[in-house]
Design a protein around this ligand. Structure first.
Ligand SMILES: *Cc1c(COP(=O)(O)O)cnc(C)c1O
Length: 407
């Protein structure tokens, strides 16, 4: 018999979100009358504007014509889409041939790990999006798991004490650093000065940063960088991943991209961009051409305007939720609410309590699904994450229940 890839046995428990759904299902099975509201998984809820869905259906229908049919496209993405992403999201700071279209940011994060292999030091923000660590564990880039986390991974705590920006001095030389801003789950967006210190650290210490900018479009404050490539020196140490999932509601359509600069080099001087193009050609045949037609529509003026208004919609939800969690019934228990207005998430601390206990309590008493903060790392213990990806009416109902919650 074949041996199982050892990485799988090293994974701690299940992936966070399947465990959340499992508890929800168990609860519903024993409380069939419960009207559950989900403020848990960061999944978009609002319908696509017709302008964008029509671009995709038109493209799909044309596939049945001789003129409109297309088979495999360019391995690295439609060249027009690549150029437009470079122009619109990066103001031409990067070139179209540094932009690689993907079926999403999560998928790219896992494929990017192929570039560095298993013998690599890894550093992650703690708490962080689970894929950085779990993907590394599956490919075998980590050592044994201990109560403090995996060997070979440097955890960089991001807590209220350091204003949610980590101390970089613990990161080993030549590390692969995963960095997410605005951060999932904390919601914090790093300043220009903070990102400059990150880039300077990486350039000085031979590190490469995988910068996850999935929530960049939630930044409305023009003094804050939306991309790592707004920082001088980033092109020699950074890869950025981003996606249409959150700003355009493409979580199910599947479309994202990575920016791999031509100036980025491995230790032997060879080009990371060239190897990444090789990965695309050899292991991946790019995103669906229908999804790419939708992406092009997102980048028209009408599409860009619709992205802005759907983000406004989610930010309005978040503002109402913030007010609710700042209510007296939470205050008397010293609950701390962190909400920056730069992400769809609220990061809420229940001092002295375990995240999963708070999760169970809110599920049981309010029939609301949240996400336990401990699932994002040790520094997430005692926190829960509340997502504002929901319909207004569900958020209003959730707030009514939460206002009456006796902790
Ligand atoms: C949602 C999310 C993504 C996006 O993943 P897709 O595969 O593009 O849907 C990436 N990074 C973070 C931190 C996210 O929360």
């Amino acid at each position: 018999m074949l041996k199982r890839n050892e990485g799988f046995s090293k994974l701690t428990a299940g992936y966070l979100f399947p465990e959340v759904s499992k508890r929800r299902k168990e609860y519903v099975a024993s409380h069939p009358e419960a009207k559950i509201i989900s403020l848990g998984i960061g999944n978009t809820t609002e319908p696509l504007p017709e302008f964008i869905s029509k671009a995709m259906s038109d493209y799909a229908i044309k596939l049945s014509t001789k003129e409109g049919y297309s088979g495999y496209g360019d391995d690295c993405g439609n060249p027009v889409l690549r150029r437009k992403i470079a122009e619109i999201f990066y103001k031409g700071v990067v070139d179209g041939d540094e932009v690689f279209v993907a079926d999403g940011a999560k998928c790219d994060i896992s494929r990017l790990q192929i570039l560095f292999g298993r013998k690599v030091n890894i550093a992650v923000q703690d708490p962080s999006y689970p894929v950085y660590v779990d993907g590394s564990v599956i490919i075998g880039a980590t050592g044994k798991n201990s109560p403090n986390g995996y060997k070979n991974i440097t955890y960089m705590p991001c807590t209220a004490e350091n204003n949610f920006f980590p101390d970089l001095s613990t990161v080993k030389k030549n590390s692969l650093i995963y960095f997410c801003s605005p951060n999932n789950p904390t919601g914090f967006a790093s300043t220009k000065e903070q990102l400059k210190s990150l880039v300077d650290f990486a350039n000085k210490n031979g590190c490469i940063i995988i910068f996850d900018a999935a929530y960049s479009e939630f930044i409305r404050d023009s003094s804050l960088p939306k991309s790592i490539f707004e920082i001088e020196g980033a092109k020699t140490c950074c890869i950025e991943v981003n996606s249409f999932s959150k700003p355009a509601g493409f979580t199910g359509v599947r479309l994202g991209w990575s920016v791999v600069p031509k100036d980025l080099k491995f230790a032997d001087g060879s080009s990371v961009n060239k190897d990444w193009a090789r990965v695309q050609t050899t292991l991946f045949n790019c995103a669906s051409n229908i999804a790419q037609a939708g992406g092009l529509a997102c980048l028209e003026k009408e599409g860009l305007d619709s992205m802005k208004s759907v983000i406004d919609y989610y930010l309005e939800n978040a503002a109402i939720l913030k007010e609710t969690f700042e209510g007296d019934n939470f205050k008397t228990h010293n609950v701390e609410v962190y909400y920056t207005g730069k992400s769809p998430y609220l990061w809420i601390k229940f001092p002295g309590e375990k995240s999963w206990d708070v999760f169970d309590k809110i599920l049981d008493k309010c029939n609301i699904v949240t996400t336990p903060g401990s699932g994002f790392g040790h520094s997430g213990e005692s926190f829960i994450r509340i997502s504002s990806f929901a319909h207004h009416e569900d958020v209003r109902e959730a707030c009514k229940r939460l206002k009456n919650l006796v902790l």
